[in-house]
Design a protein around this ligand. Structure first.
Ligand code: PMP
Length: 426
């Protein structure tokens, strides 16, 4: 059995003026559900539990101001630069990746991109033909589904992080059934949208399956440094303790068939639009050429700022400590408020890091119908359907505690509970 390409629902597909003949892949492209929810929330002045943005007050404004003169004094700061990225930053990333994976990594394997979003686009451009099969976790990051749709991939979603079988039999079944999958896309740590992390055992199983079936694993890992969870890590469905997520090895440590995507958006600033990919040696030249063809490279100035920020002694460590504490506190407030106001109505796991709580209405119902009621009450969230390539569980939703003012998290959850009450009242 195969599933259709990840095309968006027809009611959201843009209506192109027939006088302008747009390409086949563009005609199926719809705006992102999250962008729409955010716009509606902003227009109505709602408390946003929808935005997956970092906390505004943690952004490194003072640190950037302090470093900008030094960066401008560098020759080439406002010039065209190396199309694959600032050499110093690529070296820093190669060394950081080598430290995390315990493998040697050459700076030639690194391509700096406009966020990890562009890194995924480049991987798709390099490895996919229209109709090729890509396997994603179920549910999965909506931005990744958006890019895969643009590339006309045939997306099949199977539970990976939440497969009750640590040997990933659901994934193996799909791989064995065919057609051959070109890519398997996962967010191994504190995933968007579920907050779930892959146990070390599931990572080993995934690496083994990628090697056995000859597919490339895309390891999209923007939240890895935002671990703040309870000692012992998450508890999975069996109640079995998972390893501390930060101790589970990166997939790139376990297989040669992994492309790692990294991002400075969550630990420095999304406005830097600086992410990267680290590719296996045989793929690296193609991805480097792809980046050159697409945009001639990221801004030399921004990359030099990022390099200055990450190499300033103690700066990154201090930031990470602050971010973990801010997000731990916010998550605690949200979890307590959800418990108080929604009680048995909403089931959810408490993730050990990242930005998100993923919930399910225990009494059923479609959270797409809940959203307008919630906006009327003055709160926004993202309906879970946005994160399913097919067969959505429409009773799910994603709540973010990262960006909202902590004093508004409790009221936001109360408003959500009122909206659920309205949904139930019909
Ligand atoms: N991957 C995941 C899992 C994300 O949550 C995000 C941001 N929401 C991205 C990629 C995109 O990040 P960037 O800003 O680096 O493009």
């Amino acid at each position: 059995m195969t599933t259709p390409p990840a095309t968006p629902s027809p009611d959201r597909a843009p209506r192109a003026d027939p006088a302008w003949r747009v390409s086949r892949h563009a005609s199926g492209l719809a705006p992102s559900v999250i962008a729409e929810a955010l716009r509606e929330a902003a227009e109505g002045g709602a408390i946003s539990l929808a935005a997956g943005c970092p906390a505004e007050e943690t952004l490194p404004v003072a640190e950037t101001r302090a470093l900008v003169e030094r960066v401008l004094a560098r020759p080439g700061a406002l010039q065209y630069g190396d199309t694959n990225g600032l050499p110093g930053l690529r070296t820093w990333i190669a060394q950081d990746t080598a430290r995390r994976t315990g493998r040697s990594v050459a700076s030639g394997q690194v391509v700096i991109t406009h966020g990890s979003q562009q890194a995924l686009d480049l991987v798709c451009r390099a490895l996919l033909d229209p109709g090729d099969t890509v396997i994603v976790d179920r549910p999965s990051y909506s931005g990744a589904l958006h890019v895969l749709g643009l590339h006309q991939a045939r997306v099949r979603a199977v539970p990976i992080a939440t497969d009750p079988d640590p040997d990933l039999s659901a994934l193996e079944g799909v791989l064995a059934e065919g057609p051959p999958a070109r890519l398997v896309y996962v967010v191994p740590n504190f995933a968007n949208p579920t907050g779930a992390s892959l146990t070390a055992g599931r990572r080993r199983a995934l690496a083994r399956l990628a090697d056995q079936y000859g597919c490339v694993v895309v390891e999209d890992d923007p939240y890895r440094d935002l671990a703040f969870g309870p000692a012992g890590g998450d508890t999975d469905e069996q109640g079995e303790q998972q390893e501390q997520p930060e101790q589970a090895p990166p997939l790139a440590a376990l297989s040669d068939r992994v492309v790692t995507l990294g991002s400075f958006s969550k630990v420095l600033s999304p406005a830097a639009r600086t992410g990267y990919l680290v590719a296996p040696e045989p793929l690296a030249p193609l991805l480097r050429t792809m980046k050159e063809a697409v945009d001639l490279g990221n801004s030399a100035f921004t990359q030099a700022l990022v390099l200055a920020l990450v190499t300033e002694p103690g700066l990154l460590e201090r930031r990470l400590a602050t971010l973990r504490s801010v997000y731990r506190d916010r998550q605690k407030i949200m979890v307590a408020a959800l418990g108080s106001y929604l009680g048995e109505e909403l089931e959810f796991q408490v993730p050990a890091g990242g930005f998100f709580v993923w919930g399910r209405l225990t009494g059923g119902g479609d959270t797409r119908a809940l959203l307008p009621l919630a906006l009327r009450e003055g709160v926004a969230f993202v309906p879970g359907a946005a994160f399913y390539a097919h067969d959505p569980d429409v009773s799910t939703l994603r709540l973010s505690y990262a960006a909202a003012d902590p004093t508004r998290l409790g009221p936001g959850c109360l408003r959500l509970a009122r909206a659920v009450g309205r949904l139930r009242a019909g």
